[in-house]
Each structure stands twice: as structure tokens, then as C-alpha cells.
Design a protein around this ligand. Structure first.
Ligand code: SF4
Ligand code: SF4
Length: 131
């Protein structure tokens, strides 16, 4: 549940193209709960504006006809539960090579700016409200 953590990371992977190997079996359309893939003239057709990057369709294609984009990592900060629950802010995107450095730089900034006690939600809002 990365949305309710001080810092959360969500991995996303999206289909980028349908290869000629698509035989129109429809497995990907059944796997996609967002309606982001439709069948058109016996082939899968992507509607990327609806895609949330869950990657479910990619594992359901028996013909490996869906071309995958790179894994991307969304970094969320400032979520919490309790009496005043709040969703974490979707701060930025990283790749596998850069995510550790980006999280370290976020933590360094929060450490410098946050008051000594309490959760970081208020500091996150103050620092990144307009980003
Ligand atoms: S990645 Fe998820 S949302 Fe996007 S097309 Fe595939 S199943 Fe649908
Ligand atoms: S699961 Fe693969 S082969 Fe079947 S319709 Fe989707 S892309 Fe085509």
C-alpha cells in the first residue's frame, strides 16, 4: 500500500505496441481491467490513455505479441493512515538505475527540513505542494 507510506514506490510496465504475432485470442482484453485493450479487426488494439501500467496484460499473451516498455518506478511521499489519513503525493518517476539515489536525495531533504518529531506529511506539503 505505497499510497499510505511515508515513502512508497510503485513499479509500472505498459505495453507499447502489438507485434504481428498477435492471433486475436483476446487474452489481453480479458486481463485488462481498465479497458485499455480492445479487439479491432481480429487483433489487439492499445488505448494507452486508459492504461495504468499494471503489466497484467503482458503476462497473459500466449504469443508474446505485446511489446513491453521499460519498467518505471513512481516515487510517492507523505502518505499516512490514522485520524487524519492522507494519500501520498506522486512526486516523481525513476528507473531501476536511479531510484536508490532519488530516494536518498528525498530523504536527505526531508531530514534537513522536517521538524524533529512527528510525521513528514506536513513537510512534504510545504516542500512539494506546487510540484
Ligand atoms: S498494463 Fe494494465 S492497464 Fe495497461 S493495458 Fe495492460 S492490463 Fe491494461
Ligand atoms: S493476448 Fe496476445 S495474441 Fe491474444 S489478442 Fe492479446 S496481444 Fe493478441
Amino acid at each position: 500500500m505505497p499510497q499510505i507510506r511515508d515513502i512508497g514506490i510503485i513499479a509500472t510496465r505498459t505495453p507499447q505496441a502489438v507485434r504481428p504475432e498477435c492471433d486475436g485470442c483476446g487474452g489481453c482484453t480479458q486481463a485488462c481491467r481498465e479497458g485499455a485493450i480492445a479487439m479491432q479487426a481480429g487483433r489487439a488494439e492499445l488505448h494507452t490513455d486508459r492504461c495504468v501500467g499494471c503489466g497484467q496484460c503482458l503476462g497473459h499473451c500466449p504469443s508474446r505479441a505485446l511489446e513491453s516498455g521499460p519498467v518505471k518506478l513512481r516515487i510517492l511521499v507523505g502518505g499516512r493512515m490514522g485520524r487524519h489519513p492522507r494519500w501520498a503525493r506522486d512526486l516523481c518517476e525513476a528507473d531501476l538505475a536511479s531510484v536508490a539515489d532519488m530516494v536518498k536525495s528525498i530523504l536527505d531533504r526531508l531530514t534537513r527540513e522536517a521538524p524533529p518529531a512527528g510525521r513528514i506529511t506536513g513537510t512534504v506539503e510545504r516542500l512539494w505542494t506546487t510540484t
